[in-house]
Design a protein around this ligand. Structure first.
Ligand SMILES: N#Cc1ccc(Nc2nc(N)cc(-n3ccc(CO)n3)n2)cc1
Length: 288
């Protein structure tokens, strides 16, 4: 169900860091098409050898990404296995993961943030229409293809990365680290994810985007304290912008039935764009 790439057709360049069970490197893949040699810049995502028992889930994530295509879904060229090395070969995304970008760029505009949130809502809507559940929506799994350039009227462009190892495969402690992105009902049943779980995670991710990449519950390092967050049905600190806080609150409602449809999420984001402009316009008016 996905393309296998020969190990000798891959070249490793610099290391770009590591995820929870993977290491990522910049690299190149070589194809020979119509008698010509083509070299493509790629991202090589290597599964840690000591987690090779998760290789099926690792490749399931790869096949998940290659069975459907969408402009806001990361393209996966294929996989390569060599000895105890399991490698996913992805398109190289120029500006990397959004969580780091949000921490680095401190003066992103409200319209930048809304634009990115809308792109995520669009790909979420697409996945729901395809009855596909991602299961790991968070800023770390959003990749920035293009920065904005206001002088050229160029807006940011993001892609959703693969979900990584299936949360059901992971130990209890790893699942704890996904609080508050993981929907509360999924803690009890991580192998029974629903589209509503992705909406909960969407809410936590929009919260991240509007909080300059400060992880939610920062400093709440003790797992039992994080569990209290769910037991007490707590919400993340609400934004001053009530309409935004309402949308995040709807997505992160403990009752599945109260989580909005993707259509409603997109509609509410669109109205935030207009109300956002009006707020700015009103504030500007007050100044004069
Ligand atoms: N400095 C720097 C820098 C780092 C990475 C990229 N590019 C890239 N391309 C991808 N396809 C995937 C990723 N990821 C990064 C974290 C994850 C977690 O899954 N993925 N990064 C570009 C610049």
């Amino acid at each position: 169900q996905f393309h296998t790439i020969k190990y000798e057709d891959l070249k490793w360049d610099e290391s770009l860091g590591q995820g929870s069970f993977t290491r990522i490197f910049k690299g190149e893949k070589t194809d020979y098409r119509d008698g010509e040699k083509h070299t493509t810049e790629v991202l090589l995502k290597e599964l840690d050898p000591d987690h090779k028992n998760c290789w099926e889930s690792f490749f399931e994530a790869a096949s998940f990404m290659s069975q459907i295509s969408h402009k806001h879904l990361l393209h996966v060229y294929g996989v390569s296995v060599h000895g105890d090395k399991n490698i996913m070969v992805q398109e190289f995304v120029k500006h990397g993961a959004l969580d780091l970008y949000l921490k680095r760029e401190k003066s992103l505009s409200v319209s930048w943030k809304l634009n990115v949130a809308k792109q995520l809502a669009c790909v979420l809507n697409f996945l729901e229409e395809q009855s596909i559940i991602h299961g790991n929506i968070c800023a770390k799994n959003l990749l920035l293809v293009r920065e904005e350039d206001p002088s050229q009227g160029i807006s940011p462009f993001i892609k959703l990365s693969d979900p990584g190892i299936n949360v059901a495969m992971l130990g209890k402690d790893v699942i704890m680290h996904r609080i508050p992105w993981i929907a509360p009902e999924s803690l009890a049943a991580p192998d029974n994810l629903t589209h509503e779980c992705d909406k909960w995670s969407f809410g936590a991710t929009v919260w991240e985007i509007f909080n300059n990449g400060n992880p939610p519950l920062q400093g709440w390092s003790l797992e039992e304290v994080k569990l209290k967050f769910y037991e007490n049905k707590q919400q993340l600190p609400p934004s001053q912008w009530t309409e935004l806080a309402d949308l995040i609150g709807q997505c992160m409602s403990y009752d599945l039935a109260f989580r909005p449809s993707c259509r409603s999420i997109i509609r509410q984001l669109n109205s935030l764009v207009t109300s956002g402009n009006n707020v700015i316009f009103r504030l500007a008016q007050d100044d004069h």
